[in-house]
Design a protein around this ligand. Structure first.
Ligand code: AHN
Ligand code: ZN
Length: 359
């Protein structure tokens, strides 16, 4: 070794000998220390490689949605009367949604929360969530509001009947009817690959009146605002969601709504393309319609879960809705089982195809 040869060639004097012995001992100790203290643990690499999980694709048969069952659910709600906060009918519709979901095997969560109307009065809201495969990490949600507008403030409504609440067959009833029929399908045709949450929002339609001076965006959709901030399950992280709003009118057509395009464009494309393939291209039209302050706006902006609104807005009539909107004509006369059938079948296909990674 180096220190051995160093000693052999060193001077013969005692002090130098002692010094060289000291030096060689030191060298020896240092080298032992360096070799001996080499850590066993290797420095971890900067990135960890996780083996790719191959995406398993499976064509899961899409069950047949019944427009007639959805229609019956709409009629049952409308028979209760106008269904807004602090009314008997609101309590009844909550019980109807909850018991129907339980009958169809969902895990039901009722999320109650305190909030304020645009005029500052306090109110308790109740969101209802029906979950299928609650333990699945891959999830999508389908949603609709179930409350109805307590006033008739459309410019097309009869001003003398302004303070008479509306029945909300389409605006409130239709989305709920479609979701409850999908609950039946999920119960009867389960799949293990994905979880589905059916979310029924309260207090969507209590925004400040058309004729008030301020237009307060945040006075609308109080239920979805709450859910987006405080989901029913902590750490909830759905892949995407769909909102159904006014999906039951005879003459309904669904353009591509602006906020959905902006926040959830890839899912809007998938849904509208699938609808076209299913022969529903005349109802799911490719035209863009102007953005609507609806539940999906708050879910997209507050929670960041991409959410697509399927909502009836006449094409090319900027800002408007169907002529029955927020009027007393929003009753069973304008509801069509065929419209519910088209929308419901497309949304069912979206869910079953996504479950098989085929959307
Ligand atoms: C506004 O009129 C600001 N938003 C419409 C959202 C809505 C009301 N959807 C159903 N009713
Ligand atoms: Zn409304």
């Amino acid at each position: 070794m180096l220190y051995v040869s160093f000693i052999s060639t060193s001077s013969k004097t005692r002090s130098v000998k002692r010094f060289s012995l000291f030096l060689s001992t030191l060298l020896f100790l240092v080298s032992v220390a360096v070799i001996g203290c080499k850590p066993d643990v290797k420095t971890p690499p900067a990135v960890v490689t996780v083996p790719e999980v191959p995406l398993v694709k499976r064509t899961i048969p899409v069950p047949a949605f019944s427009g007639d069952s959805a229609y019956a659910h709409v009629a049952a709600q409308v028979a209760m009367g106008p269904r807004y906060a602090n009314t008997k009918a609101h309590e009844q519709v909550r019980a109807y949604i909850t018991s129907t979901l339980e009958r169809y095997g969902a895990k039901v969560t009722v999320q109650d929360f305190k909030t304020k109307f645009y005029d500052g009065t306090s109110v308790t809201g109740y969101n209802i969530i029906g979950s299928y495969n609650p333990d699945s990490t891959k999830r999508v949600f389908l949603s609709a509001h179930y409350d109805t507008r307590p006033i008739a403030d459309s410019p097309l409504a009869d001003p003398k009947r302004y303070n008479e609440p509306i029945l909300g067959a389409d605006d409130g009833g239709s989305g709920v009817g479609a979701l409850l029929e999908i609950a039946r399908l999920l119960h009867e045709n389960p799949f293990p690959e994905m979880g589905v949450d059916l979310v029924f929002f309260d207090l969507e339609d209590n925004g400040n009146p058309e004729y008030s001076n301020e237009s307060d965006t945040y006075s609308w959709a109080l239920g979805s605002q709450h859910w987006a901030k405080s989901p029913h399950v902590s750490g909830y992280s759905p892949k995407f969601g769909v909102l159904l709003d006014m999906v039951g009118a005879k003459d309904a057509v669904f353009g591509r709504e602006g906020y959905s395009k902006y926040y959830a464009g890839q899912y809007q494309n998938k849904i509208w393309n699938l609808a076209k393939k299913m022969g529903q291209g005349e109802r799911f039209v490719d035209a863009e319609v102007s953005p609507v302050t609806d539940d999906h706006y708050f879910i997209n902006t507050i929670a960041g879960w991409p959410t697509v609104d399927i909502i009836y807005k006449p094409i090319g009539k900027d800002g408007g809705f169907g002529s029955h909107w927020h009027t007393h004509n929003d009753n069973m006369d304008i509801i069509s089982a065929e419209t519910l059938q088209s929308v419901g079948q497309v949304v069912t296909a979206v869910v079953y195809r996504e479950a098989g990674n085929m959307l």
